[in-house]
Design a protein around this ligand. Structure first.
Ligand SMILES: C[S@@+](CC[C@H](N)C(=O)[O-])C[C@H]1O[C@@H](n2cnc3c(N)ncnc32)[C@H](O)[C@@H]1O
Length: 209
């Protein structure tokens, strides 16, 4: 694992319990609904960068078969406890140990943003590989420019690496990977100094792929 990622994952391992407590009510509602409506009961959903399993649990309650992947062993411990009916794997979202055309949906909330900008393409290609034809992928990332380490209240002052994107960049990237773009929107969270703009993209793997 690259140094910048190792540092970020070490932070998640150290802050896992506090992080989970402070984000347990932060599920992006509109994005969750838009994605869930395109998956049906019994379908398999991959939560890529599942963290403490908040969304895995919610998907399982909708009757989906859920596979959560994450690199942080401590976040996965919390997820296994919170959502015991789901499957969890400690793995990199750029190297998913699933067959081609295996899942009915990929949900990736606030996880791609910890990869260097040039690595995001690799992750999206991997999502496309494991998705069935016609299946959807939801990504939620931070809007902005560049990439940097940030230490903040939520990370308890420990470093996490972030990369930021503009909507046009993601649009071009997804088109170049032959994803159909169903939705591409900017949303907000927080206020004042805590305000953050997010990009929400709902993508579809074409039937002919
Ligand atoms: C901001 S948290 C988001 C967790 C969860 N998706 C949520 O919305 O609450 C980012 C998660 O991505 C995981 N992560 C970061 N880079 C990863 C990678 N390359 N492969 C797998 N997991 C990764 C971290 O360990 C962390 O649990």
């Amino acid at each position: 694992m690259e140094g910048y990622l190792k540092k970020t994952i070490r932070t998640y391992d150290q802050i896992a319990t506090g992080y989970m407590l402070s984000t347990s009510n932060l599920q992006p509602g509109k994005e969750f609904t838009a994605f869930s409506q395109r998956v049906i009961t019994g379908d398999t959903v991959l939560d890529a960068g599942c963290g403490g399993g908040r969304d895995c649990k919610a998907f399982a309650e909708l009757g989906f078969h859920v596979i959560g992947i994450d690199l942080s062993v401590e976040m996965l411990k919390i997820a296994r406890n919170l959502a015991p009916g789901c499957e969890f794997l400690q793995t990199d979202l750029r190297k998913i140990p699933l067959s081609d055309n295996f899942v009915d949906g990929v949900w990736c909330c606030a996880s791609l943003l910890h990869l260097k900008r040039k690595e995001v393409r690799r992750a999206l290609l991997e999502f496309r590989r494991v998705l069935k034809e016609g299946a959807v992928c939801c990504i939620v990332i931070k809007k902005g420019t560049g990439e940097k380490f940030i230490k903040d209240r939520r990370s308890q002052g420990k470093p996490r690496f972030y990369s930021y994107f503009q909507p046009g960049e993601i649009r071009e990237l997804c088109k170049s990977l032959d994803f159909e773009i169903l939705t591409g929107e900017t949303t907000q969270s927080g206020s004042g100094t805590y305000r953050q703009d997010w990009l929400f993209f709902l993508l579809r793997k074409p039937d002919r792929a």
